[in-house]
Structure formats: C-alpha cells, structure tokens
Design a protein around this ligand. Structure first.
Ligand SMILES: [Zn+2]
Length: 517
C-alpha cells in the first residue's frame, strides 16, 4: 500500500513538475511568437514606404493595412487532406448534377432576366450592377440561393427552401440598413461570386469537404453583414457602441460575424438547424476565422505567414488559413476585375469614404486618409492599392492554390495533354466524367497549359495590368488639371503671395473645428 502511495505521490510530483514546465515553456513560446510577430510587422511596414507613392496614399495604406494591436489566436495546424482524382471528378459532377436537378424543379421563382444574367456567374468579372436592375435590388436573394444550390448545400445540409429565403431576405436587409454606397448587398454578392470562382474555376473545391465549401460561401456572403459604412478607425475614434463592445479590436468584423450567428438563432432563418453539433462547431469556427481575417490590418501579417510557409520544403497548409487568405483576396479583388466594374466600385468606395469624412468634419475629428472630398488623389490611391496590396495578395494566393492543388492535378494530367480547350473536350472520358468540362472549364484549361508544373488560370493578371495603365493615364491628366487650376487661381488673385498655401488653410480650419468640439 505504502509503496503504491509513494509511487503515486512520485507520479504526482512528476506531473506537477511537468505541468509547470509546460506552462513556462508555453509562456516563453508565446513571448517569442509575440516578438517575432512584432518584428514581422516592422519589416512589412517598410514595404509601404516607397517614395513613388504620394504621402496621403502611403498614409492610407499604412493605416488601413497594418495594425498596432493584435490578439493572438492559436490554432492547431491541421494536416491537409488531399483527395483522389476520382473524388475530384465526382465533386465536379456532383455540383453539375445538383444544379441540373434543382434548376429543373424550380424551388424559388427566378425572373427570366435574372436567370439570363446568372449564366455569367462562372466568369471572372461578374457585373452585379447589371443584375441589381433585373433583380429589383435583391441580388443576395438570387445569387446566394443559386450558389448554395449549385454546391448542393441545400440538399446536403437539409435547408428548407422557405428558411433559406427568409435567411437571405434578412441578410439582404442587414446589408442595406445603412444605405452604404459600397459596403452593401452588391459587395456581399461580388465577394461571394469571387469566392465561387476561386472554389470552382481553380479546382479549390476538390481539396475541401462539403462543410468547408458551405462555410466558405457563407463566410463570403456574411463577411460585411450590417456594415455601418464607416471604418474600424472611425468606430474607435468616435467611441461607438460597437467599439465599446469589442474593445476596439476588429470592431466591424466581430460585429459582422456575431450578428450573422444571432440572425441564425431564429428558427425561421436558421439554415444550420440540421447540422450535427460537430458540424455546427466546425462551420462556426471556420466562419469566425475567415471573417475576422478580413480585418485589413491583418493584411501584411497574413501574407507574410503564407509567403514564409510556401518557402518551406514540405509546407503544411492549414485549411482555415488558406480559406481566410482566399476570402481576403476576394474582398479586395475589384481592382483585378474588368475596368468598367472596377471603376464603378472605386467611385462607390470613395463616396463612402467621403461621407465618413463629412461625418468626421461634423464631429471635429481629423480626416481619415482618402476621406476628404476636396483633397483626395483618386488615381494615385488606386495605383498604390494595386501595387502594394492587391497584386501581392493575388500572387501569394495563386502560389498557395498551385501548391495545394498540384497533388490532385498530376493524375488528371495523365490524360493526353491537348493544345486547345476544344481538344480537351475530345480527350475527356465519356459519360459522367465528361460533364466536368461544363463545371470547371478554367481548371481544365490550366491543367492542359503546362505539362510539368500545375498552374491555375489567372484572369486577374491582365485586368490588373490594364487597370493600372488606365489609372496612370488618369493620374497624369489629374495632375495637369490640378496645375491648370492652381495657375488659374494664382492669376485670378494677384495678391496671392500674401495668402497661406491651400494645405495650411485646410488644416487651420480643421484645428478650429476640433477646438470648438
Ligand atoms: Zn468586404
């Protein structure tokens, strides 16, 4: 008995020591991690200091895409599970079959013009502005319904059509609440569409389970739910209720995800009611991770982690991190779309910024970067945004997707590699396998395009180059117009020498307002 007690007491000593060691080790680890992160941030900050960018644009980039404070979220790294090609092909067919079945048995009535426009949903640039007219402004109602159907989510997770309609109606309402020019239901659909493109046309969906696909689509749909049309910085600076609730950290992102799950608590709108407890937990964790990572201040950290990971010999890419990066890229993808659509988004976003600037003026707060109607370099800001944010993000996302999908692709490549897309159709196996061609045309094309290295199709590359070219021309014109205006003003006021420069007058006015407030 006594030996047993001695034995057990020795064991407990070991256990206590062991626990103490683990606690100390973890504390050291956390400190190390924190130090490493801060060092990383310093490195990345230097990347937004190029002389080529006007100071105002640099300030906007730094204030929007870097962060001072952060919460450390630890998560065990999950090993990627690569699936067989047979499965990849099945997944493609599954989507195709579900789509056919549902579209033949009409669950919700789609206006004919909407149906016509939804046919473009597989393209890289989808004109949501054209759709909103045909859909009487209810773009979420149709696009989200159609996409959730296509991926078989309604069938797989037993979502009743009426519940889905109610849910989507409320999501649409939430997005329209603040009548924002940019962060509204159209932006939600734009991001969800881009997520669909990434899932389907690159082949990413073949790496994911049905639940992960469902989570990705939902996260994209809900990522800006009830956006107030103002930035996190504005919430913090004005001391809003939401900033108070979330302690100034990822204020809007926390709200988007929290309000979304609150919405789904109501039975009438609960599209998750048939998920098992485990499925719900997994989906919720993924959505929280993905939406919180859309906080733009995580941008450089997120990119750096992925970039470093991809330099390793055998990188293990965590699904949550991969999908978070994809969602972040979808969120900032409009400069990578066709000019007409990109230009429209830019003007809408700037109008939203200007409205915030108007509010800041009213409240006696200093203007946030790009929020002053009278003093914003539109073309330059977009060039900086493309050069330092969008292009690097899309590039790392492409590398990541090619790395993830390469192990799935080679087996498909054993088929004869044809030179043209038409020839791919001929080489496709007969029967069900042939249907893949209608589901993922881009994926097939890119597989055919390289015999050795798997590459995805990157339609954003040409758009980015083209858009940057147009903005550069615009920047020159704008500079000329500003010079002409300044010359005309100088000519109209001969005693201009006595006056202060415009910038000084502006800041002087601001100071007065601030003192009054
Ligand atoms: Zn967004």
């Amino acid at each position: 008995m006594s030996r047993l007690r001695r034995e057990s007491s020795r064991q407990s000593v070991i256990t206590v020591e062991l626990i103490q060691f683990i606690i100390q080790y973890n504390a050291q680890e956390t400190q190390e991690k924190k130090k490493r992160r801060l060092a990383d941030e310093d490195d990345e900050l230097s990347e937004v200091q190029p002389d080529a960018v006007p100071p105002e644009v640099r300030e906007w980039l730094a204030s929007t895409f870097t962060r001072q404070m952060a919460t450390t979220r630890t998560r065990s790294d999950e090993k990627p599970r690569f699936r067989s090609v047979a499965h990849a092909i099945r997944a493609g067919i599954f989507v195709d079959r579900i789509y056919r079945r549902v579209s033949s048995s009409t669950l919700m009535q789609f206006p004919p013009d909407v149906v016509k426009l939804l046919k473009n949903l597989d393209e890289w640039t989808f004109d949501v502005f054209a759709l909103t007219e045909a859909a009487s402004g209810q773009v979420i109602k149709y696009v989200a319904y159609d996409l959730l159907n296509r991926y078989g989510a309604m069938h797989k997770f037993k979502i009743a059509p009426g519940v889905l309609e109610t849910f989507l109606h409320r999501v649409e309402e939430g997005y329209c609440r603040y009548r924002n020019p940019y962060h509204n239901n159209l932006h939600a659909v734009d991001v969800m569409h881009t997520m669909h493109y990434c899932l389907c046309n690159t082949g990413l969906m073949n790496w994911l389970t049905d639940l992960e696909i469902f989570a990705s689509l939902l996260a994209a749909l809900l990522h800006d739910f009830e956006h107030t049309g103002t930035t996190n910085n504005f919430h913090v600076m004005s001391g809003s209720e939401t900033a108070l609730l979330y302690n100034d950290r990822a204020v809007l992102e926390n709200h988007h995800v929290s309000a979304s799950f609150r919405l789904m608590r109501d039975d009438e709108a609960n599209i998750l009611s048939h998920l098992s407890r485990e499925e719900f937990k997994e989906l919720r964790t993924l959505i929280i991770d993905m939406v919180l990572a859309t906080d733009m201040t995580y941008h450089f950290q997120q990119l750096k982690i992925m970039r470093n990971l991809l330099t390793l010999q055998e990188p293990t890419i965590d699904k949550s991190k991969a999908l978070s990066l994809v969602l972040h890229c979808c969120d900032i993808s409009h400069p990578a779309k066709h000019w007409d659509v990109h230009h429209r988004w830019t003007m809408l976003l700037l109008e939203e910024f200007f409205r915030q600037g108007d509010l800041e003026k009213e409240l006696g707060l200093p203007f946030s970067p790009l929020c002053d109607r009278k003093n914003t370099l539109v073309a330059e800001s977009q060039i900086g945004f493309i050069d330092f944010i969008v292009e690097p993000s899309m590039s790392i996302m492409s590398d990541m997707l090619e790395h993830i999908l390469a192990p799935i692709a080679p087996v498909i490549k054993t088929k004869p590699a044809p030179l043209t897309e038409e020839a791919v159709g001929v080489a496709e196996p007969e029967g069900d396998d042939a249907k893949l061609s209608t589901t993922c045309p881009m994926m097939r094309k890119s597989i055919a395009s390289s015999a050795n290295k798997f590459t995805i199709n990157k339609p954003w590359l040409t758009c980015l180059t083209e858009n940057k070219k147009i903005w550069k021309e615009q920047a020159i014109k704008d500079a000329e117009a500003r010079a002409l205006l300044a010359a005309a003003e100088a000519a109209a006021e001969p005693e201009a020498d006595d006056k202060k420069p415009a910038a000084e007058t502006e800041s002087g006015e601001q100071k007065e307002t601030a003192t009054e407030a």
